[in-house]
Ligand binder design. Structure first.
Ligand SMILES: NC(=O)c1ccc[n+]([C@@H]2O[C@H](COP(=O)([O-])OP(=O)(O)OC[C@H]3O[C@@H](n4cnc5c(N)ncnc54)[C@H](O)[C@@H]3O)[C@@H](O)[C@H]2O)c1
Ligand SMILES: [Zn+2]
Ligand SMILES: [Zn+2]
Length: 360
């Protein structure tokens, strides 16, 4: 029997989101119905509602979630009803050319539920194939990763996107190591996770850069050793000064606009690495002196989802959290209801929050 539940829908570009009654089919083969317990508000949800990702409206938003498996479809073996799971947007296929080369964290053909959830009969596009600002959601079995139920849903869910994306940008993509210097542009949920990841990896110097002093204060709590307010001083000069005139070994752009990318490029030491994790919009372009791209050596990388492998990384991060080595609670600025998502976007735009988390 289909399930009628409440969900947060973005109907058209830039319009405020609304809570609607949506229909969810029973799980088919390889699908899982999840009772959502908590879902964080990520900037990518706002990008979807702004039409900056694609124009496949209406969207069922929300993608940073944890919940309990309610029902599984035919052939599902990785999870069972009652399991506590974090949802992921990288259900590796095992078949694409990247998976076959033994690099599933770049999987080019990740799985989502085959059946669509609907609003008044119209198919919804689930944000990142998840759609978890809803009482229940339908995902592909590989999108549900079982973790210890000792973790609270409001913190566990954050691993499903922002925390994993930021932390992975540092430790997987940027390969931050002991003794490295790191600079992070943009200290929202993603940037602060990159700071926490750099700290866990043993970075010696961690420079937080933001245009909002409140964000810089919070960044210190995640392990930033230095802060730079780039609305008041040139961040490239400031980072060079902190790193003996050299620039940082790894620079992570967790904003994703041309100016921060350019600053990241020039704030990096020779042979250093730039990691772009912030999501640009389709109109953005950058211009860089090609001679500098060549002459500085090193690498310019992009990080999708922190190059994570959910089955490997989610349980590991939950363990670190349960051991008290990764303070996920600090990311949660407020807990809210489904009705409050639109206001949470405004709080994010004002810079008032790191993460608003919907509790269902
Ligand atoms: N690559 C991925 O897999 C992935 C996953 C999740 C989110 N993201 C993206 O990461 C970005 C950050 O997400 P978030 O949820 O942390 O957003 P957020 O809005 O919470 O944080 C962004 C931060 O950047 C700061 N900022 C804005 N302009 C700046 C500038 N010019 N210089 C320095 N700092 C500036 C803001 O003050 C804020 O603290 C978004 O673009 C989001 O879409 C990427
Ligand atoms: Zn694959
Ligand atoms: Zn996200």
């Amino acid at each position: 029997m289909p399930h009628s539940v409440k969900g947060v829908v973005a109907k058209s570009k830039g319009a405020p989101v609304s809570v609607e009654t949506i229909e969810i089919p029973d799980p088919g083969p390889g699908e899982v119905l999840v009772e959502v317990k908590a879902c964080g508000v990520c900037h990518t949800d706002l990008h979807f509602r702004e039409g900056a990702i694609n124009d496949e409206f209406p969207f069922l938003l929300g993608h940073e979630a944890a919940g309990i498996v309610e029902e599984v479809g035919e052939g599902v073996v990785n999870v069972s009803p009652g399991d506590f799971v974090i949802l992921n947007w990288r259900a590796v296929c095992g078949e694409c050319r990247s998976c076959k080369r033994g690099r599933p964290w770049y999987c080019f053909n990740t799985h989502n539920a085959e059946q669509k959830m609907t609003l008044n009969g119209e198919p919804l596009t689930a944000a990142l194939g998840i759609g978890a600002f809803a009482e229940k959601t339908l995902v592909a079995a590989g999108q549900a990763t079982k973790v210890s139920s000792e973790a609270k849903p409001e913190v566990a869910g954050l691993i499903g996107c922002g925390v994993m994306a930021g932390l992975g940008a540092a430790i997987n993509t940027g390969e931050v190591n002991r003794g490295d210097s790191v600079a992070v542009f943009g200290c929202g949920g993603v940037g602060d996770a990159a700071i926490a990841g750099s700290n866990l990896a043993g970075a010696h110097t961690i420079i937080a850069v933001d245009i909002d002093d409140r964000k810089l204060e919070m960044a210190k709590e995640f392990g930033a050793t230095h802060t730079v307010d780039s609305s008041k001083q040139d961040p490239v000069e400031a980072i060079r000064e902190i790193t003996d005139g050299n620039g940082a070994n790894v620079v992570i752009d967790a904003v994703g606009i041309p100016s921060t990318y350019e600053q990241s490029f020039f704030a990096r030491d020779l042979a250093g690495t730039v990691v772009l994790v912030g999501v640009p919009n389709p109109e953005m372009k950058i211009e860089l002196p090609l001679q500098e791209v060549f002459g500085r050596g090193g690498s310019l990388k992009s990080s999708w989802y922190g190059d994570c492998l959910p089955s490997r990384d989610f349980p590991m991060l939950i363990d670190l959290y349960l051991q008290g080595r990764l303070n996920l609670e600090k990311f949660v600025s407020e807990t809210i209801t489904l009705e409050d998502v639109e206001e949470a976007f405004h709080a994010m735009e004002r810079g008032d929050v790191l993460r608003s988390v919907v509790i269902i």
